[in-house]
Write a protein that binds this ligand. Sequence first.
Ligand SMILES: C[S@@+](CC[C@H](N)C(=O)[O-])C[C@H]1O[C@@H](n2cnc3c(N)ncnc32)[C@H](O)[C@@H]1O
Ligand SMILES: [Zn+2]
Length: 428
Amino acid sequence: MLLSFSPFLQNPLSPPSPKNPNPGPRPPNSHQILHLSTNGDEPTYQTERGLRFETEGAFFRHESATGRDLGVLSASLYRRSRQQLRVLDAMCGCGVRSLRYLAEAGADFVVANDANDYHRRVILSNLKSVDRGCGESKRWVVTHFDANRILSECYLNSDFYDLIDVDSFGSDSSFLRTVFNAIKRGGLLYLTSTDGYSSGGHRPYNTLAAYGAFIRPMPYSNEVGLRMVIGGAVREASAQGYHVTPLFSYYSYHGPVFRVMLTVNRGTLPENKDYGFISYCNQCGNSQSYSWEELGQISCPCSNTIGSRSLVVSGPLWIGPLHDATHLTEMLNLAEQWGWVGNDTGTDLEKLLLQMLDESDPRLPSGYIKLDEVASRAKINSPPLKVMMSAMHKEGYAASRSHIASNAIKTNCPMMDCIRIAKELQGC
Ligand SMILES: C[S@@+](CC[C@H](N)C(=O)[O-])C[C@H]1O[C@@H](n2cnc3c(N)ncnc32)[C@H](O)[C@@H]1O
Ligand SMILES: [Zn+2]
């Protein structure tokens, strides 16, 4: 069946506006946003980074602002390096992301799509503060297609995007089949999952269907959730001749929400060890990663019995680095230029980006060790996190905080040595 053709999908790349050929170092602020009055009859407005918008009836979470900040930073860096940015915001809700990609990241063109056309008025109202332009210079359009349909139409019309943002609910991954054909080579894919129950290992057949990974309960299940989403994208991308790697991975307990920003390039499944399996031993608390070749040799040093009953194994999933340190450094610098971090503001965003940067140490394996678990296994009180980390560093181990769990350490120090170090610190 021939899909009906949407004229906007043919809209060629809009060149940067002659009035604004190269968006400045700071995102445009309130001077580009309409000042709407708010009296009793009018909708109430939200504000995010100085941008005002309404949310009436549409799904909107203030807590997701950090996820939007991160997306805008990556998008803006892309715009600066590639001199172009066409965005498909496939599940835009009230359109706040589309607005931010336009106003802050300097997007040349944004499709704000949401299947629910009930949101049309609110999306249009939110975007109208950015001049819509026309013809070749059109900056944005609002559509109401199912995400898979719009992605397929983009492919059929050779209408490709630099950034595709799919802010979906639950563990919906159906669009992974269509999204890679609508994205430009080297483009960005921003994915979301909100299914903490599945990533917690409580529905392994659900995760197998959605992301091709059999997920079991593990103490660092929220990191597993991120790795599961990346792994699912790796798998689907490779089936279509693409290769994806994460620029950043962000877990937020509101929801919970798992967000990953991926770069998409031509290529196939990585032959290295980035896509494999993770085991956790319930007996001794040790975790290990395995490549596909090592599948028949899964064992734990505590028993050395292959296939020990105390082991739980999850996978296949992404077992490489969660972030790209160079990209995170650029994000941090840009956030500083924009006044989002720095000047001793001690913002949550700054703390988050710095923690992510620490987590990017390539020596760090998957997962993290909770200090409560160390303390309980050692039968001592939990040592302070900083003291524990510095003792690990002294012994030559890599150790960083985790942005996911506050009282946990990402480290290549095996659990047995963590217990020993903790005991020594307590004079035991
Ligand atoms: C999590 S909300 C989006 C929130 C928005 N991105 C933000 O940052 O505020 C998900 C949106 O996806 C829309 N949606 C759900 N399924 C869809 C589908 N298959 N195709 C397109 N939109 C869909 C819903 O109507 C909802 O507005
Ligand atoms: Zn063990």
